[in-house]
Design a protein. Structure first.
Ligand code: SAM
Ligand code: DTB
Ligand code: SF4
Length: 314
């Protein structure tokens, strides 16, 4: 599946047929009981020079999220240890940067990656645009994956972000892949885009030379002070259809039911898992916004009859 036509044909199948097809692809590649748990930590918060209209951390908007300097390696170690103890297998670190500056801050991020890998967890970072050399250094530190979302279609992108171009995003994804790091890239729904915009975004990802290892699907969490603060929720069935379509298009990837789970019913989340989602952010907080608590998620997974965290891989 590479073209918009092909994506449309799958997305608009009768719902049961779509879900059953996605579930079949999922079963053939991984199986339904393996849901990845990723912890998320903001290692540098707020004051970002980019103008992403959805983001609480952009310096362009009057958001209540304050600025915090880059965390220390010890602070990160402590959070990663806690995340591991709670059952997360991947630790993702996000920085509100347009691009990392070479020097002490980037060196510190490299050390953070080494610490997380040293704990036996997968490590992912999202730091903005990368040069080839920075990507190589992250690879040398044994980074597992780099998150850099296309967010939406090429045509809708300028409605959401004006301080960088779609091609800048694609260039970074290429640098990441060239360095041998797994690509984590997906987007956000609920910003006023059409269904076709969402499918065009998936088609862009499918056309990459290196297929993404994980595809996060975020539901917009409207952030106060941002231009999208009054945005309305996406219809639940559209979320399920998008997840199923992503599963069919990227059979081997982790399809991550990302931001916005705190407002989803248990039933909707389970429908998404049935449609092929097999990864979540796990822990009480995303970067600045809330996530279901680990107690909520333990109850969710229990209701699905899944093993307790830590036993999932046995
Ligand atoms: N600054 C880096 C960048 O933009 O690449 C990394 C951090 S950024 C917060 C990572 C992703 O989180 C964005 O690309 C977007 O898809 C998602 N995101 C940010 N704010 C969100 C919100 N309010 N609701 C849903 N997803 C959001
Ligand atoms: C991704 O696709 N979603 C995460 C992660 N990559 C870095 C971020 C979600 C952010 C939600 C809003 C917030 O916490 O500020
Ligand atoms: Fe900055 Fe990333 Fe937020 Fe955009 S999404 S404003 S780049 S932190």
């Amino acid at each position: 599946m590479k073209t918009l036509d092909e994506f449309q044909a799958v997305y608009h199948l009768p719902l049961s047929e779509l879900i059953l097809r996605a579930a079949g692809v999922h079963q053939a590649h991984r199986g339904h009981n393996d849901i990845q748990r990723c912890a998320l930590l903001s290692i540098k918060t707020g004051g970002c020079p980019e103008d992403c209209k959805y983001c609480s951390q952009s310096a362009h908007y009057d958001s209540p999220v304050g600025r915090e300097p880059l965390l220390t390696v010890d602070e990160v170690r402590e959070k990663a240890e806690q995340a591991k103890a709670s059952g997360a297998t991947r630790f993702c670190m996000g920085a509100a940067w347009r691009a990392p500056k070479d020097g002490p801050d980037f060196d510190r991020v490299i050390d953070m990656v080494r610490v997380v890998r040293g704990l036996g967890m997968e490590a992912c970072v999202t730091l903005g645009m990368l040069t080839d050399d920075q990507a190589r250094r992250l690879k040398d530190a044994d980074l597992t994956a780099y998150n850099h979302n296309l967010d939406t279609s090429r045509r809708f992108y300028p409605e959401v972000i004006t301080t960088r171009k779609y091609d800048d995003r694609l260039d970074t994804l290429r640098a990441v892949a060239k360095a041998g790091i797994s690509v984590c890239s997906g987007g956000i729904v609920g910003m006023g885009e059409t269904v076709d915009d969402r499918l065009m975004m998936l088609a862009e990802l499918a056309q990459l030379e290196t297929q993404p290892e994980s595809v996060p699907i975020n539901c917009l969490m409207p952030q106060s002070g941002t231009p999208l603060q009054m945005a309305t929720d996406v219809d639940s069935i559209e979320i399920v259809r998008l997840i199923a379509t992503a599963r069919i298009a990227f059979p081997k990837a982790r399809v991550r039911l990302s931001a916005g789970r705190d407002r989803m019913s248990r039933e909707l989340q389970i429908l998404c898992f049935l449609a092929g989602a097999d990864s979540v952010f796990y822990g009480d907080k995303l970067l600045t916004a809330p996530n279901p608590t680990s107690t909520d998620d333990a109850a969710l997974f229990r209701s699905m009859g899944l093993p307790e965290p830590g036993l999932a891989a046995v």
